[in-house]
Design a protein around this ligand. Structure first.
Ligand SMILES: *[C@@H]1O[C@H](CO)[C@@H](O)[C@H](O)[C@H]1NC(C)=O
Ligand SMILES: *[C@@H]1O[C@H](CO)[C@@H](O)[C@H](O)[C@H]1NC(C)=O
Ligand SMILES: *[C@@H]1O[C@H](CO)[C@@H](O)[C@H](O)[C@H]1NC(C)=O
Ligand SMILES: *[C@@H]1O[C@H](CO)[C@@H](O)[C@H](O)[C@H]1NC(C)=O
Ligand SMILES: *[C@@H]1O[C@H](CO)[C@@H](O)[C@H](O)[C@H]1NC(C)=O
Ligand SMILES: *[C@@H]1O[C@H](CO)[C@@H](O)[C@H](O)[C@H]1NC(C)=O
Ligand SMILES: *[C@@H]1O[C@H](CO)[C@@H](O)[C@H](O)[C@H]1NC(C)=O
Ligand SMILES: *[C@@H]1O[C@H](CO)[C@@H](O)[C@H](O)[C@H]1NC(C)=O
Ligand SMILES: *[C@@H]1O[C@H](CO)[C@@H](O)[C@H](O)[C@H]1NC(C)=O
Ligand SMILES: *[C@@H]1O[C@H](CO)[C@@H](O)[C@H](O)[C@H]1NC(C)=O
Ligand SMILES: *[C@@H]1O[C@H](CO)[C@@H](O)[C@H](O)[C@H]1NC(C)=O
Ligand SMILES: *[C@@H]1O[C@H](CO)[C@@H](O)[C@H](O)[C@H]1NC(C)=O
Length: 600
C-alpha cells in the first residue's frame, strides 16, 4: 500500500507543477499599463504589474502577510522605510494564496480574481452583460479602470475606494472610506467616512458592540459646525493643489496648498481623517490637514468604563475609571469592569466621585436642564442603571444634568466647565481619598500598533525542492504530451482464479495490457526515468505515440495486497476533481495485473 500511496502523491505533484508551467507563457503583457482581454496577472509572476504612464502608481498583487496577497494599487516609489503606501485594494477582507492565484480579464469584460484553493471567485467587477471586450488601464491619477472599444469606462477603482481618496477622485453618495483594521491588518476596520442622509460628510465608529458619530461634533448641529444640509448632490473632491471642496460646505485647504504635491486623503487606523503630502526628499508623508485635532474625541479607542487622555510624552492613553480593571490586558477596546460587586441601585448606599473637566459621550438616561448639583445627584440615584452624570455649566448660575447609563468614550476637556460624577458604592468612596489622583494615573499606554499576525492560507508546497527535483524531468517529458500512464506490475506466483479475475474487472472496469506489450513499449525496460519506494519507473512508448510511465513493482507477492491495491485504485478512479487525475484503466492479464493512470 505504501507504494500506491507514493504514486498518488507523485501524480498530484506532477499536476500541480504542470498547471503554472503551461499557463504562464501566454499572459505576458504588451504594455505595462494595459491588460488585454483574455489575459491575466499571476501572483507568482514577479513581473505581472500594471504601472501608470507617469510611473507613480502600480497595480498588482501585494503581500499582506505570510503567503497572503491582495490585488492592490500603491505608490510605486517606496518610502524611506521601504514600505509602500496602498491606495486601493480589491479583496482587502479576503487575501488570496501566494500560489496560483490570479486576476483575469475575461473576454466578456469582467475582471475576476481567483484563489487556486477556492471554487468561487474571491472578487469580481460583476460585469456580465458587456457585449464586447474591455481593456484594463491604470491612469496617472491612480485610477484602475476597464474601458471598452467605444472608450466607455465600464468599471473603475475610483468608484469603490477602500480607505484612501486620491486627488481628482470623486467622493459621492455611493462611496465611503473605511479605515484598515490596524497598521498591519488591511481588512476593513471600524471607522467610516460617508455622506449621511442629511447630506453631511461624517465620521462614524461602527464597533462590534457600540456605534456612534464623532465628526462633526455630535453635541452641536451640522449648521453650528459650518456644514450645510441643503446640497443634494453629495460630492466632494480634493484637487491637485490641495483644495478640498464638498457639497456640504466643508471646504479646506491643505497647509501646503498652491504647491504641486503627491497627495492623498485617508481615514487612518486611529479613526482620524487626514490629508497627506509626500515629502519626496525625505521619503515620508506629512500631514497637511486633519479632521480632528483632539484625537481623544475619536470613538472606540478606550472602551467602556475608561477614559482617554493625551500626554505630551506618550501620546494618546487610556485609563480605567477608579475601582475598575481592564477586561482584556492587551486590548483597550474591551474596556474595564468594576472591581466591586455591589449593585448601584439608589438604595442609599451609593455616592459620587468627582472628575472635573471630564465628559463621556452620549448614552443619557435622562436630561434635566437648570438644576443644582444635589438635584442632579438625586436624579442619578433614583435611576437604577445610572452609572454617573455629567454636570454641565451652561451660563451663569445655570447647569444641566446628563444622567448616563453607559460610560464610553470618556475624555478630558478643558474647553467646558462641566464635570463628571461617577456613581460608586459608599464603601469605596471612603477608601479612595483622592479621586483626582486616580484618574490621572495612566496604567497602560494605548498602542496603535498591533503585532504582525500570520495569515493561514491553504498552501501548496513549491515542488521545486531537492526531494522532487527528479520529478520535474518526469513532468517535463509527460506534461507536454498531456498523458501519463503509470502501470503497476505485480509479481505473482500463481494464476488468479477466473471468478476473482471477473470480480476485479467488475470492480475496476479497466483496460488490459500484456506483459509482452509493456516489454515492447519500454524497450525491454531500458529507459529508466525515476525510482520510487517500491520500484523503478521506465519510459514507455505506445504505437499511437502515447507516452507512459511504467512502474515495475517488486514486492507485491500476495493476493490480499493486490485486491487492496486494485480497490484503492478504483476509489481513486471515481474521484472527480479538477486537480486530481482521472483513472480510466486498470487491468490484469495472466500473471500481470496492471494499472494505467492517465493524466487528462
Ligand atoms: C485619467 O486621468 C486623467 C487626468 O490625468 C483624467 O482626466 C481622466 O478622466 C482619467 N480617466 C479615467 C478613466 O479615470
Ligand atoms: C473593437 O475592437 C475590435 C478589435 O480590437 C475591432 O475589431 C472592432 O471593430 C472594435 N469595435 C469598435 C466598435 O470599435
Ligand atoms: C483656499 O484657497 C483659495 C485660493 O487658492 C481661497 O480662495 C479659499 O478661500 C481658500 N479656502 C479656505 C477654506 O481657506
Ligand atoms: C511651496 O514650495 C516652495 C518651494 O518648493 C517652498 O519653499 C514653500 O515653502 C512651499 N509652500 C508650502 C505652503 O508648503
Ligand atoms: C477602590 O480604588 C482605590 C484606589 O485605587 C483602592 O484603594 C480601593 O481599595 C478600591 N476599592 C475596592 C473595593 O476595590
Ligand atoms: C484579548 O484581546 C486579544 C486581541 O484582540 C484577543 O486575541 C484575546 O483573545 C483577548 N483575550 C481575552 C481573554 O478575551
Ligand atoms: C462598567 O461599569 C459598570 C459599573 O460601574 C458595570 O455595570 C458595567 O458592566 C461595566 N462595563 C463593562 C463592559 O464591564
Ligand atoms: C462579591 O460577592 C461575592 C459573593 O457574591 C463575595 O464573596 C465577594 O467577596 C464580593 N467581592 C467584593 C470585592 O466585594
Ligand atoms: C432656572 O431655575 C431658576 C429657579 O428654579 C429660575 O429662577 C431661573 O429663571 C431658571 N433659569 C432659566 C434659564 O430657565
Ligand atoms: C467656567 O465657570 C466660571 C464660573 O464658574 C465662568 O466664569 C467661566 O467663564 C466658565 N468657563 C467656561 C469655558 O464656560
Ligand atoms: C483622607 O485624606 C486625609 C488627608 O489627606 C486623611 O487625614 C484621611 O484619613 C484620609 N481618609 C481616608 C479614608 O483615607
Ligand atoms: C484582520 O482583521 C480581521 C477582522 O477582524 C480578522 O478576521 C483577521 O483575522 C485579521 N487578520 C490578521 C492577520 O490578524
Amino acid at each position: 500500500m505504501g507504494t500506491l500511496f507514493l504514486y498518488i502523491v507523485v501524480v498530484l505533484l506532477v499536476l500541480l507543477y504542470k498547471t503554472p508551467l503551461l499557463s504562464s507563457s501566454p499572459t505576458s503583457l504588451s504594455l505595462p499599463s494595459v491588460l488585454k482581454p483574455g489575459s491575466s496577472l499571476s501572483v507568482e509572476n514577479k513581473d505581472d504589474f500594471l504601472i501608470s504612464p507617469n510611473g507613480l502608481f502600480t497595480a498588482g498583487f501585494y503581500s499582506v502577510g505570510e503567503n497572503a496577497y491582495c490585488f492592490s494599487v500603491w505608490f510605486t516609489k517606496p518610502l524611506a522605510d521601504q514600505s509602500h503606501t496602498i491606495v486601493w485594494m480589491a479583496n482587502r477582507d479576503a487575501p488570496v494564496n501566494g500560489k496560483r492565484s490570479k486576476l483575469s480579464l475575461l473576454k466578456t469584460g469582467n475582471l475576476v480574481l481567483r484563489d487556486a484553493a477556492q471554487p468561487l471567485p474571491i472578487w469580481t467587477t460583476n460585469i456580465i452583460d458587456s457585449k464586447e471586450p474591455a481593456q484594463l488601464f491604470i491612469n496617472d491619477t491612480g485610477n484602475l479602470y476597464l474601458q471598452n472599444n467605444e472608450t466607455q469606462v465600464i468599471w473603475q477603482s475610483f468608484g469603490s475606494p477602500t480607505d484612501t481618496l486620491l486627488p481628482l477622485q470623486k467622493f459621492t453618495k455611493d462611496t465611503s472610506l473605511v479605515s484598515s483594521r490596524s497598521l498591519t491588518n488591511h481588512s476593513s476596520g471600524f471607522y467610516k467616512l460617508y455622506f449621511d442622509n442629511d447630506n453631511v460628510i461624517r465620521l462614524v465608529y461602527n464597533g462590534p458592540s457600540v456605534a456612534g458619530i464623532y465628526w462633526p461634533d455630535p453635541k452641536i448641529t451640522a449648521w453650528a459646525s459650518g456644514r450645510s444640509t441643503w446640497a443634494s448632490r453629495r460630492t466632494a473632491t480634493l484637487d491637485l493643489s490641495g483644495h478640498f471642496v464638498s457639497s456640504d460646505s466643508l471646504f479646506f485647504n491643505t497647509s501646503d496648498s498652491e504647491n504641486q504635491s503627491v497627495r492623498r486623503l485617508t481615514v487612518d487606523v486611529d479613526g482620524n481623517f487626514r490629508a497627506y503630502s509626500l515629502d519626496e526628499t525625505r521619503g515620508i508623508w506629512k500631514v497637511t490637514w486633519q479632521a480632528i485635532s483632539d484625537t481623544c474625541r475619536v470613538h472606540g479607542i478606550c472602551g467602556e468604563n475608561s477614559t482617554c487622555s493625551i500626554s505630551p510624552n506618550h501620546g494618546r492613553k487610556c485609563s480605567c475609571i477608579p475601582n475598575h480593571t481592564m477586561i482584556n490586558q492587551t486590548d483597550w477596546s474591551y474596556g474595564c469592569k468594576p472591581e466591586f460587586n455591589t449593585t448601584l441601585c439608589g438604595n442609599g448606599e451609593d455616592d459620587f466621585l468627582h472628575f472635573p473637566h471630564y465628559d463621556f459621550y452620549g448614552y443619557e438616561a435622562r436630561f434635566v436642564p437648570n438644576v443644582t448639583l444635589d438635584e442632579c445627584k438625586r436624579v442619578c440615584l433614583g435611576i437604577c442603571n445610572c452609572k454617573g452624570f455629567h454636570f454641565n455649566y451652561e451660563t451663569e448660575g445655570y447647569f444641566s444634568c446628563y444622567a448616563k447609563f453607559k460610560l464610553i468614550n470618556g475624555f478630558r476637556t478643558m474647553s467646558s466647565n462641566g464635570s463628571m460624577y461617577l456613581k460608586v458604592p459608599k464603601s469605596i468612596l471612603l477608601l479612595s481619598n483622592n479621586s483626582e489622583k486616580i484618574v490621572h494615573e495612566d496604567r497602560l499606554i494605548c498602542s496603535e500598533k498591533l503585532p504582525t499576525v500570520r495569515i493561514d492560507r491553504a498552501y501548496i508546497k513549491n515542488p521545486k525542492n531537492e526531494s522532487v527535483k527528479s520529478l520535474m524531468i518526469f513532468t517535463y517529458v509527460f506534461g507536454a504530451l498531456e498523458t501519463i500512464c503509470i502501470i503497476y506490475f505485480f509479481y505473482r506466483t500463481r494464476n488468479p482464479s477466473k471468478t476473482r479475475q471477473g470480480y476485479v474487472q467488475a470492480a475496476t472496469g479497466f483496460q488490459r495490457f500484456s506483459y509482452a506489450e509493456l516489454k515492447k513499449t519500454t524497450k525491454n525496460f531500458s529507459k529508466e526515468i525515476g525510482r520510487g519506494g517500491g520500484g523503478i519507473v521506465y519510459k514507455g512508448e505506445f504505437s499511437n505515440n502515447r507516452v507512459a510511465a511504467v512502474k515495475l513493482l517488486k514486492e507485491f507477492g500476495n493476493k490480499q495486497g493486490e485486491t487492496e491495491l486494485l480497490a484503492e485504485i478504483s476509489t481513486l478512479g471515481r474521484l472527480n476533481h479538477m486537480n486530481l487525475i482521472d483513472i480510466w484503466g486498470t487491468w490484469k492479464m495472466g500473471h500481470w495485473p496492471k494499472t494505467c493512470i492517465p493524466v487528462s
